[in-house]
Write a new protein. Sequence first.
Length: 192
Amino acid sequence: MEELDDVLAAVGPRLRALRLSRDTTLTALAAATGISVSTLSRLESGQRRPNLELLLPLAKAHQVPLDELVGAPATGDPRVHLRPIVSKRMTIIPLTRKPGGVQAYKLILNAGPHEEPTPQVHEGYEWIYVLNGKLRLVLGDTDIVLPAGEAAEFDTRTPHWFGRAEKQPVEFISLFGRQGERMHLRAKPSRP
């Protein structure tokens, strides 16, 4: 029980340091979490014992895993254990584990016959970088081929589709964020 008390006692200073490192006021954090300023202040000073109902909204507001708030002990294995999502057309490997913010994925489009583009739209912003092969990107009225080493970024509210430019597989990295979260690297379209 003493070990649990030590872990819980360290939560307050950790919360305060995290809030201050992000230049966030107690008032702003209260507005983002729905937790009163007085409760947040007592949590940070150690006068209030943290519980899951308080820590979950704080982890979400700070965009950190819950175990970072409580100082969970290291597991000893620093590797990210990826769980790929596999379909006939592609394999998607998530590369990030934190909630919110920009998410990173490695995508592998499997070898196969020519595909007809089926553009889609959704909220967000995407940045892609081709690792191997040639990626065909249809973006609105633009249809370009990105070879290995090229990148592109676009607002996902623009109708878009990507697929293989050739029959061989293509591998690329995708960084996807909510609307307003943008990367700062632009690729010029290649001229046909």
